[in-house]
Ligand binder design. Structure first.
Ligand code: ZN
Length: 251
């Protein structure tokens, strides 16, 4: 992280879930000066236009995710049938200016304030980093010592120190604030704030992170939201059942 004091809000994988996004923004209010979205604003969920409107209004730094790319281009060959059906549904509802906004999103890696932002990995926005082995190349190749990523929908990350890579997961305490994790200046980090709109780490609550670049500290947070209301909107929209059900399990 660069010099100067700034508090950064990190969000990722919102997946058109406005209720989860609003819960995150309400909880994070007053905690940040800059905000970054690591991709997958749309796909899976019922509120693509509403979520894009909110992100645009906040003036966040945003990079594209694989679902944003698929919604922007209509190409979803690498997706499973449910994900592809949701992309087709999304493309049928996107307002023209929101489609253009998705088409204009930059792909990572994106550098800001001495940090690097990617959706999947440093080399490939579609690559999943779920293990220390998978983290190795990005930890070594990133131009910054701290790289933020998304895509896996798993909150936590990886630390490279003394040629060893360790995975870390935040403690899933209550909604109340967890103790901030201090970042070791001698280590390199890959940090995932988790998914706002479709967590897959066993905790169905919306995830986000706040980084304090001055104190070199990061705080992982979870916040409960009204999952049932989102599931109702998804059912009303005719979105695939597996996508509706998984929200409640966080898987
Ligand atoms: Zn995603």
């Amino acid at each position: 992280m660069g010099a100067g004091m700034a508090r950064y809000l990190f969000i990722s994988d919102i997946h058109a879930n406005l209720t989860a996004l609003e819960a995150v923004l309400a909880t994070a209010e007053g905690l940040w000066d800059h905000a970054v979205c690591l991709g997958d604003v749309v796909g899976y969920g019922p509120d693509p236009n509403e979520v894009i409107d909110r992100i645009v209004k906040l003036g966040m730094t945003s990079i594209r995710g694989n679902h944003d790319r698929a919604a922007a281009t209509g190409v979803c060959d690498s997706f499973n049938p449910s994900a592809c059906a949701a992309i087709e549904w999304t493309r049928g509802r996107l307002r023209t200016e929101n489609l253009r906004w998705l088409q204009a999103l930059p792909a990572g890696p994106f550098s800001e304030a001495g940090m690097v932002f990617v959706h999947g990995s440093v080399e490939d926005e579609d690559e999943y980093i779920l293990s220390a082995d998978e983290a190795e190349r990005s930890l070594e190749q990133s131009p910054a010592s701290i790289t933020f990523f998304g895509h896996t929908h798993v909150q936590g990350g990886f630390r490279l120190r003394d040629e060893r890579i360790e995975a870390f997961r935040p403690p899933f305490a209550a909604d109340a604030e967890a103790a901030p994790m201090k970042l070791d200046p001698a280590a390199r980090y890959l940090i995932n704030p988790g998914s706002v709109g479709q967590p897959r780490d066993g905790d169905p609550r919306a995830a986000f992170a706040v980084a304090d670049t001055g104190r070199r500290a990061i705080e992982f947070r979870r916040v409960a939201y009204d999952i049932a209301s989102v599931q109702e909107r998804m059912e009303g929209a005719g979105l695939p059942e597996p996508l509706v059900l998984r929200l409640a399990f966080g898987r």
